[in-house]
Design a protein around this ligand. Sequence first.
Ligand code: ARG
Length: 365
Amino acid sequence: MFNPPFTDPEQAEAFIRQYHAELPGTGDPEPRVAEVLDEISRTGTYRHTGEELAYGARLAWRNSARCIGRLYWRSLVVRDLREVGSADELATQCFEHLRLAGNAGRIRPVITVFAPDRPGRPAPRILNSQLVRYAGYPDGAGGWIGDPAGGRLATRAADLGWKPGEGWFDVLPLLVQERPGERPRWYELPDDTTLEVPLSHPEYPWFAELGLRWYAVPAISDQTLEIGGIRYPAAPFNGWYMGTEIGARNLADADRYDLLGLVAEELGLDTSSSRTLWKDRALVELNRAVLHSYQEAGVTMTDHHTESERFLRHVAQEQRLGRSTPADWSWIVPPISGGATPVFHRYYDPVDPRTRPAFVARVPW
Ligand code: ARG
């Protein structure tokens, strides 16, 4: 009936076999393989059991070659919300995701899996790149107010009727598109979903006066979760932050908040030559402020030294289980002090882009 089938039967079979091979107590894969193949030939696709879905999502994390935090892959909390059909309910459940993940500061890794694409029935999409992100507005002089990475979504939301703010840290609304060609709907995030941390420095009182802040839960929402040939285009997931993501990238990158000059000035550094290492010194103090502030606020965060060690423990543990841990060196090595962390001093198994289950770039409708 479906030719070629909507869902690749080879992918389906490979996943079911891996699931049974890795999980003791799941028994003989053959009956389930036969059932799945039959379902695909009749309907074009198949439905994962709750356990297959949960394990598949954890495997997608384990396979994420750019993630340094994979030691905890087994602990991922999987919310099965495949039945959610409307944009309204999807938004409500994204908010509930943020509350569960934020957990008053004790961040829990969570994924919420919404409906998969089915033959003739594409699933809803979340248009935001993360559930929580700050808006960016062009300042009219070639610069930005807020996060330039949130510039496009801010424009898009404004076109749909969202009233933009004028601040440096305005949380963007959630944009959900129920069907191809349909006008996306926007939803303001309720206050109790967006835990944020005001940034201060352990030694410099002036730092708090800068009025910087960041949110607690990094929840990626623009990647498709692919398991056994089934695509879940709306499957937001989160871990907790490593300090450098904020202190050495979001607040420091020239095309993001670009704050190194300001911090160096406040520190009274000599910025007349790159050889004074003013950028490096500003980076260190910015990163100290981030780690200090999250700790003070009781919000889970890790530092790049600790996380590097944990990652190598994960690689060793996987090796003992007879599995390799493909990794992308350029993403695993932290953006400051690379050589001071153990992950710098070695190479990793090469990444095969065909590996599944995986989080992949969002597919167009
Ligand atoms: N680097 C991204 C950000 O700063 C988040 C990526 C996921 N990070 C994580 N710790 N799970 O917003």
